[in-house]
Design a protein around this ligand. Structure first.
Ligand SMILES: NC(=O)c1ccc[n+]([C@@H]2O[C@H](COP(=O)([O-])OP(=O)(O)OC[C@H]3O[C@@H](n4cnc5c(N)ncnc54)[C@H](O)[C@@H]3O)[C@@H](O)[C@H]2O)c1
Length: 266
C-alpha cells in the first residue's frame, strides 16, 4: 500500500494505459479521480473498482477545455480536500481519418498538439497550486518512446510526445522548489484501443500486413522489435507510475523513463 490515502487524478484514466494506472493506484491504496472525456466508460471502471472496496470516482473532463479542467480540479478538492498525484495520460494518435502518409495533416497536428501537449500544461497549471500549498506533489506525464526516436508516418504525434518530454523537464525545474517531482513515462508498444487503431491503419496501408488482424500485426511487431519479446500491458506502465507517485522516487525528477522491453535504450 505505497500510496495509502493519496489523492490522484488520472486523465484519460478509463481506457488502456490510463485504466492500468487507475487500477494499480487503487490497489496501492490511493483515492483516484478518473478525468476522461468519455463518462460512460469512466463510470463503469469506477463502479467496478468501488465494488472491490476502492475509492475511485469519475469526473467527465475534456483536457483541452480549461473550464472543464478547472471544474474537475474543484470537484476533486471538494471531495478529497487535497491532490497529491497527477497523471497526464490522456492522448490521441491523430485526428479521425488519419491514414499513413509522409506528413500529418493540419488536423492531425492540431489535435495531437491540443490533447497530447498543451493539455498537459493546462491540467498541470490547474493542479499545481494545490500541490504548492502542501509543499508536496508528484506529476507523471505519459509521453512515448516515439518522442525520442521519431517516425516517418506520424510526425505530429512524435513531435507532441517530444514536446511532453521537454515540458516535463521545464516543469521539474519550475516546481522543484515546491517539492513537486515531475517525470515522464515513455511506453513502447502496449495493446490498447489506441494500439488497435494504429495496427488497423498499418493493415490497410502496408502490403506486408495484408490479411493480418490488428492483433497479429501487433504481435509480429513485438516479436521483431522488442528485445525482451514479451507482450507489455497497461499494468507494466502502472508499476512505474506507482513508483514515481510514491516516496520511493523522492529524488527522481525531470526524467523520461522508458517502459518498452528494450525497444529504445536512451
Ligand atoms: N498504447 C501504446 O502503445 C502507447 C505507447 C506510447 C504512449 N502511449 C500513450 O499512452 C497514453 C494512453 O494511451 P492508450 O494507448 O491507453 O490509449 P487509449 O485510446 O486506450 O486511451 C486514451 C484515453 O484518453 C482519453 N482522451 C482522449 N482525448 C481526451 C480529452 N480531450 N480529454 C480527456 N480524455 C481524453 C480517451 O477517452 C481514452 O480514455 C496516451 O498519451 C498515448 O499517447 C500509448
Amino acid at each position: 500500500m505505497d500510496l495509502l490515502d493519496k489523492v490522484a487524478i488520472v486523465t484519460g484514466g478509463n481506457s488502456g494505459i490510463g485504466a492500468g494506472v487507475t487500477d494499480m493506484f487503487a490497489k496501492h491504496g490511493a483515492k483516484v479521480i478518473i478525468a476522461d472525456i468519455s463518462l460512460l466508460e469512466s463510470d463503469s471502471l469506477a463502479d467496478k473498482l468501488q465494488r472491490q472496496g476502492h475509492e475511485v470516482y469519475a469526473i467527465e473532463t475534456d483536457v483541452t477545455k480549461v473550464e472543464t479542467v478547472e471544474s474537475m480540479v474543484s470537484e476533486t478538492i471538494k471531495r478529497f480536500k487535497t491532490i497529491d498525484i497527477l497523471v497526464n495520460n490522456a492522448g490521441v494518435w491523430a485526428a479521425q481519418g488519419f491514414v499513413d502518409r509522409a506528413f500529418s495533416s493540419p488536423e492531425d497536428w492540431d489535435i495531437t498538439y491540443e490533447v497530447n501537449l498543451k493539455a498537459v500544461a493546462t491540467v498541470t497549471n490547474a493542479v499545481v497550486p494545490h500541490m504548492k500549498s502542501n509543499s508536496n506533489g508528484k506529476i507523471i506525464n505519459v509521453a512515448s518512446v516515439g518522442g525520442k526516436i521519431g517516425s516517418p508516418t506520424n510526425p505530429a504525434y512524435m513531435a507532441s510526445k517530444a514536446g511532453t518530454i521537454s515540458l516535463t523537464k521545464s516543469s521539474a525545474l519550475e516546481y522543484a522548489k515546491f517539492n513537486i517531482n515531475v517525470n515522464a513515462i515513455c511506453p513502447g508498444f502496449v495493446w490498447t484501443p489506441m494500439a488497435m487503431s494504429i495496427e488497423e491503419q498499418l493493415g490497410s496501408n502496408h502490403p506486408e500486413f495484408t490479411n493480418m488482424t490488428p492483433r497479429e500485426i501487433y504481435d509480429s511487431l513485438v516479436a521483431e522489435k522488442i528485445p525482451l519479446g514479451r507482450d507489455q500491458t497497461p499494468d507494466d506502465i502502472g508499476n512505474l507510475a506507482v513508483f514515481l507517485a510514491s516516496e520511493y522516487s523522492r529524488n527522481v525528477t525531470g526524467q523520461a523513463i522508458n517502459v518498452c522491453g528494450g525497444f529504445n535504450m536512451d
